[in-house]
Design a protein around this ligand. Structure first.
Ligand SMILES: C[S@@+](CC[C@H](N)C(=O)[O-])C[C@H]1O[C@@H](n2cnc3c(N)ncnc32)[C@H](O)[C@@H]1O
Length: 235
């Protein structure tokens, strides 16, 4: 019999929640997205490749079980750094990309020096941050001048018909499938609700501009259900 979880989830508790679902995360991610999550991470990598820049140091934030990190290896950077506050998620990432450096930390307080990295990526992580503004300050600080930031996140589509389908799937289907596979209804309910909350509260494009990032560009997938935001730090 699966144990019901009784804690109330807040952004501060998400690393704890990810620790609990780490073992099942990849398998369920594939199922819930019908395998599309792999395609989206590939698209993000291709988008970065198309900038024709050389990336010496790549830093993947909210790296989780390392699926984005594995994909980023295609950029042939000299060094890869993965950051995440969930120890159990990073353990799985380490098995996939053993030669990367792993740091247990939050995006809001990154223990890396100024102008450290050429590229920062965040795939499906930003909506879990407790303070996105602080994280953007940190991203700007650790990026080299001319460095790139690429963020991928879910969003509610603008068009009413895809929006209805998206909302139904995320609100009702994901928590139930999450419960069936992991026994953790709350975790998957939180994951679903955080998409709506994030979509409603934040305009990432203008936030990035307010944080001095330049050339902010957005690309939509599945009618805007998934968005890629790309921008850079001034040379
Ligand atoms: C949905 S997973 C995404 C993992 C991975 N990037 C991927 O593409 O599968 C979100 C990750 O964000 C991490 N996270 C939660 N709060 C965070 C924070 N404040 N700073 C950095 N990462 C955080 C979680 O531990 C979790 O591993």
């Amino acid at each position: 019999m699966k144990q019901a979880k009784t804690y109330v989830l807040t952004k501060e508790l998400t690393p704890l929640m990810f620790n609990e679902i780490a073992e099942e995360y990849d398998r369920l991610d594939r199922k819930l997205s019908f395998g599309l999550d792999l395609t989206w991470r590939k698209k993000l990598t291709q988008y970065i490749k198309n900038t024709n820049k050389n990336f010496e140091i790549v830093t993947d934030i909210a790296s989780g079980t390392g699926d984005m990190l594995s994909e980023l290896k295609k950029l042939n950077a000299k060094k890869y750094v993965a950051i995440d506050p969930s120890v159990n998620m990073l353990k799985i990432a380490k098995a996939k990309v053993p030669d990367a450096d792993f740091i247990i930390a939050k995006a809001e307080q990154i223990p890396l020096p100024e102008s450290f990295t050429d590229l920062i990526t965040v795939a499906f992580g930003i909506r879990n941050f407790s303070d996105i503004n602080r994280a953007f300050d940190e991203f700007y600080r650790i990026l080299k001048p001319g460095g790139k930031l690429a963020i991928m996140e879910f969003s509610v589509p603008k068009n009413i018909i895809p929006a209805l389908g998206f909302k139904f799937y995320v609100k009702y289907v994901i928590p139930i499938l999450g419960y069936i596979h992991t026994g953790n209804y709350q975790a998957y309910k939180y994951l679903a609700e955080s998409i709506f909350d994030f979509s409603k509260r934040y305009n990432i494009t203008s936030m990035l501009s307010e944080h001095k990032f330049r050339d902010v560009k957005v690309r939509n997938f599945i009618f805007g259900g998934v968005k890629i935001y790309c921008c850079s730090k001034k040379e």
